[in-house]
Write a protein of this length. Sequence first.
Length: 201
Amino acid sequence: MKSGLQFDEARHAYTLDGVAVPGVTTALKVCSAADYAGVDPEVMARAAARGTAVHRMIELDATGRLDETSVDDQLLPYLEKWRQFVTQSRFVPILAEHRVASRRYGYGGTLDLFGFLNDKLALIDAKSVVRVMPTTGPQTAAYELALREWDPHILPPHSKVARYALQLPRDARWQLVPFTSPRDTRTFLAALEIHNFITRK
C-alpha cells in the first residue's frame, strides 16, 4: 500500500499511514545545525525560498511542463546551468521531486532527481549554493533507502545507484559532487533516532 503517504506543503510535514513522521531534512537538523550557526535567519530564509523555486523550476523542466516566460529573471541563471548539465552530462531523468517514505524506519522525503547518468542509475540532489554541506551525503542516502522500499519496481534492492549533489551556483559552472561513503546511511539513521528521541521528550 502506497497511498498512506501525505505531504502538507504549507507546514512541510509528512504523514505516513495517518501518523506524523519526520522528513529527511528535518531529521538531519541535529547534524546540520552547526553548519548554519551564526547565519542571519533572513539570509537563510531567502536561500530556502530560492532553493524551493529552483527545485520547482527543475521539476517542471525535467518533465517538459516549464513555461519559460513564467520564470523569474533571478532564476534564469539557474535554469541555464541546469540545462547545461542535462546537455553536457546527457542525464535522462526518470523521477523529479518524487515523494518516498520508509515504513521500516518511519520517515518521509522528497528526492530531487533520479535517472540515468552515463547509462547508470543516479540519484541527484540539486543545490543552488556555493558550498555543498556535509549532510548532503546522508540526505541522499536517506532518499535512496526510502526509494528502494517505496518503489522497488523503480530501484530494486540489489540495483546499484550513484549518489550526487548537483551544484548550481549562480556565477560558476555546474558541478557534480559524488557521495560514496557507506557510513552515510548509518549517519542518517543515527540522526533520525536522535531526532525521534528529542521529539518524544
